[in-house]
Design a protein around this ligand. Structure first.
Ligand SMILES: Nc1nc2c(c(=O)[nH]1)N[C@H]1C(S)=C(S)[C@@H](COP(=O)(O)O)O[C@H]1N2
Ligand SMILES: [Mo]
Length: 286
């Protein structure tokens, strides 16, 4: 655009007016798009000019998918495993497709999984949570019991301590799904652990908790009482729906800001002790 074409704009000594500036910007922007659009518009685009199949017949009725999954065109957005990484897929990890997601919340369906002995199927009816050790009153909660306590909501990311490990020995795989994908971020709803600990009554000597899962590995981990009494949550919903099986259904521990292996899934017991319980340390277990 020449200066002459711009002559309807009032001349100022301070340079182009704001209106001229905005108009130039808009035209420049349009110019970029117009390059492509103009080339296409030279011949009729059947996607514009023809009536398409999807406009000529009915689509799916309601209830075609009572609990929906992504449309098939998004089938590349999935967790991916690296087969040579571990000896067996039941004690392994896969990776979140972080390159293909937007925003801050990770859908459960493609949030990475890390199991030491496979994802177990544990029903709410068979669920029990025991709190024992250095407490005034050892307790066992059913799932229904947990639902009766006051709830909290927290959004937190979980990162496996091994995230980034695919690059420790030099670049081995391309793509941030594999190099950084041992991470997810969800909105959890559950009961603050401190509420349940108060119900049992922690004795003054109780300085650590030991959280244990119901799976064969148990993934037992020790957490200092200070953290346990802070923002740790016994969670049963993630992103608005029940926890998925692979993320610990029906109940998992949420330990905001602390490494993923503390977030015990299929949580079955919280022991209160005067010191950290050392377990599973003969092998490195991330
Ligand atoms: N019971 C149990 N809890 C567990 C594990 C496990 O194998 N069993 N793996 C831990 C590890 S190492 C990580 S990184 C996270 C992974 O959580 P996710 O599978 O929901 O991504 O769960 C942790 N909690
Ligand atoms: Mo982990």
């Amino acid at each position: 655009m020449s200066d002459e074409q711009m002559s309807d704009e009032p001349a100022t000594t301070k340079g182009p007016s704001r209106r001229a500036f905005l108009r130039n910007g808009a035209l420049a922007g349009a110019g970029l798009v117009a390059g492509g659009t103009a080339a296409r518009a030279a011949t009729p685009d059947p996607l514009i000019t023809e009536v398409q199949d999807w406009a000529s017949a009915f689509g799916d009725p309601v209830d075609a998918a009572p609990y929906g999954t992504p449309i098939r065109f998004e089938s590349h957005v999935v967790r991916r495993n690296v087969e040579w990484l571990t000896e067996s897929p039941v004690s392994s990890i896969n990776f979140t497709p972080i390159h293909a997601l937007e925003g801050t919340i990770t859908p459960q369906g493609c949030a990475f999984e890390r199991h030491h002995s496979g994802a177990i199927e544990l029903s709410k009816a068979d669920y029990r949570l025991m709190i024992n050790g250095l407490v005034d009153q050892p307790l066992v909660f059913t799932f229904e019991d947990l639902l009766r306590f006051p709830r909290a909501t927290t959004t937190a990311f979980l990162e496996c301590a091994a995230n980034g490990g695919m690059e420790w020995g030099g670049a081995q795989l391309e793509g941030c799904q594999f190099t950084q994908g041992m991470i997810h971020n969800m909105e959890y709803i559950g009961v603050p652990l401190k509420v349940l600990l108060a119900e049992a009554g922690v004795k003054p000597e109780g300085k650590w908790i030991y959280a244990e899962g119901a799976d064969a590995s148990s993934n037992g981990r020790s957490i200092p009482m200070e953290k346990a009494m802070d923002d740790v949550m016994v969670a049963f919903f993630a992103n608005g729906e029940a926890l998925r099986k692979e993320h610990g259904y029906p109940v998992r521990l949420v330990v905001p800001g602390w490494e993923g292996n503390m977030w015990v899934k299929w949580l079955r017991r919280i022991g209160v002790y005067d010191a950290a319980v050392e377990t599973h340390i003969l092998q490195v277990s991330r």
